[in-house]
Design a protein around this ligand. Sequence first.
Ligand code: F6R
Length: 362
Amino acid sequence: DKAGYKHFMAKEIAEQPSVLSGALSAYLTETGIALPEPGLDFDKIERLVMVACGTAFYACLTAKYWFERLAGIPVEVDIASEFRYREPPITPGTVALFVSQSGETADTLAALRYCQGKADKIVSVINVETSSIARESDLALPIHAGAEIGVASTKAFTCQLNALLLLALKAAQSRGRIDDDGLHEFMEALRALPGVFNIALDRDEVIAKAARQIAEARDVLFLGRGLMYPLALEGALKLKEISYIHAEAYASGELKHGPIALIDKNVPVVVLAPRDSLFDKTVSNMQEVMARGGKVCLITDAAGAKAAGEDVWQTIVMPEVREELTPLLYALPAQLLAYHAAIAKGTDVDQPRNLAKSVTVE
Ligand code: F6R
């Protein structure tokens, strides 16, 4: 049931405030973060290996920053189809973590089975609690996104990020990297996030306007640094999968190592850059783009919009949140940009050509 929306994707984007709120209450208690039994012995983890496909892989790439920064755990992230055939060594002290909305993705399941008997623990972050990946894990963390019908993953992505962030915070606490006050501040910011999501969704008209312009392009680039780099990858994937516009994402710092050759007035560049610790670096990359006639669509906050100057082609202003939460918030404009570009192109948003919701064959 589309609940009055034109597409499941629109509904699933719009319901993210309430879905996130539910997902948070499944894990947050008065005093901390409660994981399902049997929990995890975070002190003993020496290495975390995260494996997934597609959007779930980008959730893992984002979580790498959180696990490293917040919990001090060394992290490797891999695409399931590469991991399973490379058969990498799994050293003692390794926890293997698999992220899958459906819990049935063939490559991810095969990667999980490869790690059985080798990793200390098999953990999964899934949406379908009865799925094969959930059943074959030592610990399965549901993301509580509810059924996702649109082929392009939206609310499952934000809920994957949420579950992974909570896991990283729990790890940080167990490893003595965050004190009670720090954790409570974080929990407060998380509890406020669904309300912030609503403000972001209210920017729909501005985003749709930018999307209609972007829809005229043949190629689009996405740039981001730090936590915004995986989100740039996700934004590009979303755009190509439902609007069929060719889109590529790069870490901003990689621009001058090749992709800058693509820049001209016909290639819009979507820059994801909240005014965070890396903002100034990204702005200088953005200026390199504009100096070559590139048209920048900047997704930022009010402080970022002010600092970026007047030459920016389109600016989408997000509310301010603490730096660690920006990937969840900035996912929303990235999804809406793709959605409205697809509407402008007249493609089948919920059933894009050649794609299946669950990829159970490799
Ligand atoms: C993109 C998308 C896919 C899936 C990927 C993994 O919008 O939905 O890239 O993320 O096929 O699927 P799951 O999470 O079910 O393993």
